[in-house]
Design a protein around this ligand. Structure first.
Ligand SMILES: Nc1ncnc2c1ncn2[C@@H]1O[C@H](COP(=O)(O)OP(=O)(O)OP(=O)(O)O)[C@@H](O)[C@H]1O
Ligand SMILES: [Mg+2]
Length: 219
């Protein structure tokens, strides 16, 4: 069992991005309204964005109770659907990113879908951070999904200049971060590894490929 402090750290980590997302959408609505640009379509889209995000937040609570109480209530889900949900949750931040999803075979995964999504979100959000810090002009994320002999493979590759050689063995360590933002905890990939290795009996790896980082998850 995790301590209350660890649990709070993890939950606040998981909630930061979706909460910022809701904030951004409501701020957009306010600005549009002020400039008389808030039509019915914009309103519907904003409400749908908020609904998707609050639904995700709500699901995380259920998953966390399962995760920490170690109840074995895994379900079958499609890797394609999980990835689509992540892209949906992050859609306001992905507007200027060229994101390509290739499904060779839609793998069925047995486990906790929200925790799995948390891993995908962590990887994509790290790419977004790297695009910004590296000032990448044509940011691209490529997601490939495949299944071989009942094992699902998801690879996420970006073009944000990759991870420095001296850091590549440390990025899954607890509290390891190269970002000097105060809100950053260095928990993201540590939690991701715990979820994939301990909770779902899978593996998560990283390598530099081309001009970016490539994360491979197999479950
Ligand atoms: N796609 C990427 N490109 C370059 N560096 C990356 C990428 N993904 C992760 N990293 C490196 O790995 C480090 C650890 O990532 P991790 O998500 O665990 O923590 P963080 O993003 O720094 O903080 P937070 O806990 O808020 O997520 C990052 O600080 C960064 O240096
Ligand atoms: Mg991170």
């Amino acid at each position: 069992m995790a301590t209350i402090g660890e649990l709070l750290n993890i939950i606040s980590h998981q909630w930061r991005q979706p909460l910022a997302q809701i904030n951004a959408v409501t701020l957009d609505m306010y600005m549009d309204k002020k400039q008389d640009k808030l039509g019915e379509e914009e309103l519907k889209k904003a409400i749908a964005d908020i609904e998707t995000t609050t639904q995700y937040l709500s699901n995380t609570i259920d998953d966390f109770s399962r995760f920490f109480i170690q109840e074995k209530e895994k379900v079958d889900f499609s890797s394609k659907v999980a990835i689509e949900k992540c892209i949906n949750i992050l859609s306001p931040s992905l507007k200027h990113i060229d994101i390509k999803v290739s499904i060779l075979k839609d793998a069925k995964i047995n486990g906790y879908i929200t925790l799995y999504q948390q891993v995908i979100l962590t990887i994509i959000i790290n790419s977004l951070d790297a695009f910004e810090s590296q000032k990448i002009q044509n940011p691209k994320i490529e997601i490939e999904v495949d299944e071989k002999e009942k094992i699902s493979y998801v690879c996420i590759t970006d073009n944000a200049n990759g991870i420095k050689r001296e850091n590549i063995d440390k990025i899954f360590d607890l509290y390891f971060s190269t970002k000097n933002d105060k809100k950053v905890s260095g928990l993201g990939l540590y939690i991701a590894k715990q979820i994939i290795h301990k909770n779902m009996d899978g593996t998560i790896r990283v390598e530099n490929r081309g001009n970016g980082a490539r994360f491979s998850i197999s479950v």
